[in-house]
Write a protein that binds this ligand. Structure first.
Ligand SMILES: [Ca+2]
Ligand SMILES: [Ca+2]
Ligand SMILES: [Ca+2]
Ligand SMILES: [Ca+2]
Length: 649
């Protein structure tokens, strides 16, 4: 069914400025790599194990303070977020397990398969909740001015509107979890995030298997710490719930990330164990950052005096120790006592400190090998989880050089991704295990087709103790692939260079889609105007809920030069030269069956709403998108041999 633009869209059109001079009318297949012969390698980290067999997860660059303490929006200056780590026995076998939170918002549990003296971990079992669900609209929207004045031609991340909504949708990235005993005797999961929320996910399971459910909404699991809900006192939180003050009652510690203070804050519980309440106005600093950044606190008695001390990892990969003074009183801090030293004990010389990697690290303390000395578990900037066993004494800890933890599970194969296509498989929307890959004869469904095809589908997950999280999040009510409410120009502009490395080119487009939606998109070669084209591809699949192909194109030709004009009071303005432009979206569904079939559909390339543009020879920009929604955990769609060719007259 053809779709047309609204008046709102026509307004944007006037500012569209792509297109060099018209080239000769094109011919042949406009689709590049439609047979998926060209691929590039990508890691598959869904099972929490990397290609080399180490415990790992995806890292992500987020907007955060850089090394100079500035907030940078420049992609290259963004800070790389490692996995958050926390340790606790989640299945009642007395062996400590590792729970990781990846910066995309996924939670994995590595159950300990070793012995009391030697920890061993297999694959990570994924579980709800998805902690970065982008639900809810921003409380306000800045006035970006007239859509026409937006610098859409220079941005490869869409219009200011798109960026605003996209950034809002990513506010819960980089969650950090902490396991602490709850009122039911099981370990609950405390979570801090980029936005400065503190969340409490209750463990609704029993002693031998935890159950962490997706909350009805995030508001229902927020632990209030903000006097005003929309006013932040910090962000990029790393929470910890344990007794620091020594009164036997757990306190809330929050390591802070990106705001200038960068301290570890202590908030006393003013509610009860069932409903903890904290007042940020009454918080005190338990550990001062003093120039260190991205602080993650952990607790241990680091000097054997029987009193709990605070350990803090930072953005330089070190662990600072704040010993509790003998005469400590409520309201005072634990002073910085030194870094954990390579040589054992503490050192104030950062060159002698234990080093976990060059970048932001996260930290947990636990005795992993049953010798009653606390060991360190670390999320490293290389995306892996490392540990360092403590070979010292109760009064002077001394750690082995940290080693990445090797998994007992087999390493996953490298995923082949299609060149020339921007792809999105819902990783940012909570599509547990969803991925897109190019597969060949090794996939039984491809069989004797004997060549590579594109597969949209789900990963087999290693879950044995935790229920497989087949959770489906609905899309926004107003979600419509034919209209980008932040400006139709985004359909053309996202990923301007159409380089596969600009993954956001598809992810931003799918910002409001349901979690089980998949997209591939490509800027196709110019199409001849007033010519009929046939879109065709081969396909088969199962449990495909929705499927559609979109063809979006526009043509533009400038007839006169822009002129600088001097207005009142000498103000210089730009007067646009005359131009001809047209823009059109076509969308069609396509049926999916269990056997290979060929779908084809004809499109006449023209501009019913802007007939003047039909005089132009070829499109200046055209984008082809293939969209589907699959039912987890086994919905699958195979596509091959995509062509968009002029039809013989
Ligand atoms: Ca265990
Ligand atoms: Ca306490
Ligand atoms: Ca101590
Ligand atoms: Ca130990």
């Amino acid at each position: 069914m053809p779709r047309h633009f609204s008046a709102f869209v026509a307004l944007v059109l006037a500012s569209a400025v792509p297109a060099a001079a018209q080239n000769p009318p094109p011919s042949g297949n406009a689709v590049k790599n439609g047979m998926f012969a060209e691929t590039y390698d990508a890691p598959n980290l869904w099972n929490g194990v990397d290609h080399d067999g180490f415990l790992a997860g995806p890292t992500l660059k987020v907007v955060a303070l850089d090394g100079q303490g500035n907030l940078s929006n420049n992609e290259n200056d963004r800070s790389l977020m490692p996995l958050g780590v926390t340790v606790g026995d989640l299945n009642g076998d007395k062996l400590p397990d590792i729970l990781s939170t990846d910066p995309l918002g996924y939670v994995r549990v590595y159950f300990n398969e070793g012995s009391p003296n030697e920890p061993k971990f297999g694959a990570g079992e994924l579980t709800t909740p998805f902690l970065a669900r982008p639900d809810g609209a921003p409380p306000w929207t800045p006035n970006f001015g007239d859509m026409q004045s937006q610098e859409i031609t220079t941005s490869d991340t869409g219009t200011d509107y798109n960026q605003w909504f996209f950034n809002w949708s990513r506010r819960r990235l980089a969650p950090r979890g902490f396991l602490a005993p709850g009122p039911r005797g099981t370990l609950d999961l405390w979570v801090g995030n980029y936005f400065g929320d503190v969340l409490l996910v209750r463990n609704e399971g029993g002693p031998t298997a935890p159950v962490f459910n997706q909350p009805r909404d995030f508001a229902s699991i927020i632990v209030p710490t903000m006097p005003e809900a929309n006013k932040r006192w910090g962000n990029l939180f790393s929470p910890l719930f344990g007794d620091v003050t020594g009164d036997g009652q757990p306190d809330l510690l929050i390591g802070e990330g990106s705001y200038s203070a960068n301290n570890v804050h202590l908030l006393a519980n003013q509610g009860g164990p069932d409903k903890p309440v904290f007042d940020a106005n009454k918080r005190t600093q338990i550990a001062l950052g003093e120039g260190r950044q991205h602080l993650t606190p952990a607790l241990a008695d680091a000097n054997g005096d029987g009193k709990t001390d605070v350990l803090v990892s930072d953005r330089a990969g070190r662990v600072a120790v704040h010993l509790r003074p003998a005469d400590w009183q409520t309201g005072r801090e634990f002073p910085f006592s030194g870094y954990l030293s390579k040589a054992g004990g503490l050192t104030k010389d950062s060159g002698q400190s234990l080093q976990f990697g060059d970048g932001i690290t996260t930290l947990a303390t636990a005795d992993l090998n049953g010798d009653n000395l606390f060991d360190l578990v670390v999320g490293r900037p290389n995306g892996r989880i490392a540990w360092a066993p403590n070979r010292g004494t109760a009064t002077e800890p001394k750690f082995e050089a940290p080693g990445d933890i090797r998994s007992t599970a087999s390493a996953p194969p490298i995923t082949k991704m299609p060149e020339k296509w921007l792809t999105d498989a819902g990783e940012s929307r909570g599509n547990f295990g969803g991925f897109i890959s190019v597969v060949g004869a090794e996939d039984p469904a491809v069989g004797d087709r004997g060549r590579k095809v594109l597969r949209f589908g789900y990963q087999a997950l290693p879950n044995k103790i935790l229920k497989r999280p087949d959770f489906l999040f609905p899309g926004a009510a107003k979600f419509d692939m034919t209209v980008d409410q932040t400006g139709v120009d985004n359909i053309f502009r996202l990923g301007t260079n159409w380089d596969r490395t600009h993954f956001e080119g598809a992810t931003r487009r799918m910002r409001e889609a349901p979690s089980n939606a998949y997209l591939i998109r490509q800027k196709v070669n110019p199409l001849a105007i007033n010519k009929t084209y046939t879109l065709s591809f081969d396909l088969k699949g199962a449990r495909v809920v929705k499927s559609s192909a979109l063809l979006v194109y526009r043509a533009f030709e400038k007839l006169g030069e822009d002129r600088l004009v001097r207005g009142e009071r000498g103000a210089v303005g730009k007067q646009k030269g005359d131009s001809i432009s047209g823009q059109q979206i076509e969308m069609t569904g396509f049926p999916v069956t269990a056997n290979w079939t060929t779908f084809s559909k004809d499109f006449r390339i023209n501009f019913p709403k802007q007939p003047a543009a039909n005089k132009l020879a070829a499109t200046s920009e055209a984008v082809l998108e293939i969209y589907c929604e699959l039912t987890p955990p086994d919905g699958v769609l195979y596509i091959d041999n995509i062509k968009l060719e002029p039809k013989a007259d």
